[in-house]
Design a protein around this ligand. Sequence first.
Ligand code: GRF
Length: 196
Amino acid sequence: MTRRVAILISGSGSNMAALIDSMTGDHPARPVLVLSSDPAAKGLQRAVGRGVPAEAVDRRAYRDRASFEVAVDAALRREGAEIICLAGFMRILSADFVSRWTGRILNIHPSLLPLYRGLDTHARALAGGDAEAGCTVHEVTAALDDGPILGQARVPVLPGDTANALAARVLEAEHRLYPAVLRRFAAGDRTPVRLP
Ligand code: GRF
């Protein structure tokens, strides 16, 4: 019995592509929908190119977050989504929305949580003089970038790193971590993944 996965994006969708590409063979899940909060997101074309139904729910077309979330929820339910993967989705979901999908929403965040919730994680890791950085997949709860940790991957901070250079290294780790976590999660196992 495969689990039906929806992926929510706002941008380039490289994590989305890694997730889609991983869901083959004996994987316990399959992608059923990609939703973007931005109709111009490059990730929409990447999803279509992979044969996954993709559509935009343009946040700017809705008068408030509640009506936007009603549209997102309707699309997810129409496709029978069972697991929601946030992958560079740049909208904060309300507690109300999250409560309707409790335990079924995952997010990837580009830091070793609980360090650096929010934005500009790489610059903050560099400013902090950290020796390592990384990414976290966690279950989404009503609190921002919080919720049970389902996996982490670490990368070194190298001499002379810029925020962009570090972001690129972390992004590669994201592409390994998120599929590994989703495979385990979809099989009903919430034991945290540790990479490398
Ligand atoms: C990733 O760094 C993710 O961790 C962050 O936004 C970025 C999305 O990149 N939340 P992409 O759209 O998956 O390429």
